[in-house]
Write a protein that binds this ligand. Sequence first.
Ligand SMILES: [Mg+2]
Length: 221
Amino acid sequence: MAERFYAQGTVFIFDLDKTLYSEESGLLAYLDQRINDYLVNALGIRRESVDEVRKRWVEEYGTTLRGAQVNCGIDPLDYIAYTHDIEIRKFLSADEELLRILKALPGIKVVFSNSPRGHADGVIDALGLTGVFERIYTIEFCEYEGKPARRAYERVLADLGVPATHCVMIEDTARNLVIPHEMGMTTVLLSKDRLQRHDHVDYVVAELRELLEIGRWSAAS
Ligand SMILES: [Mg+2]
């Protein structure tokens, strides 16, 4: 297992939500609404406090799910079943340009998401990207403690059997790139604000197609 992907060169690790599809799709806004409803209906949090509670939990625990587990002892499967009861194809359709870009990247591609597996599979299927990713790591794989917890990245790297220095992590959330940078991965932030700078971000791209223009990927193979 170890070294299996190593020989094939670079491993591109893609976040899923807001990385493989845009906010404009409306999918995340809908998902957000489902999460808010869960907090109100299942946990009894007042509607007017939901935004503040979620913000606090994300800051403290990394994700709303983790915060709800630690503070309210919820069953993650309950949370997922409620919040991800979504017809993804209403929001996303096949993205041939993205398929072309991913196929053109010289290396292994994987997904590493804090979303549940059903959601990740649904998104990948709706985007027409089935079969593109060698591995799809989701919140279940991380035992519900996802990014930015160090343990989550360690699990993924151990499963891939490659050194961090051969990995490129692509994310829309800057703080999820802090640990990858510390571990030695190349970090790419997807952001419309191309001028933003972070010590832990190697490249800022406004669109995924710019990945093809970063000419150093072959150096790791
Ligand atoms: Mg994201």
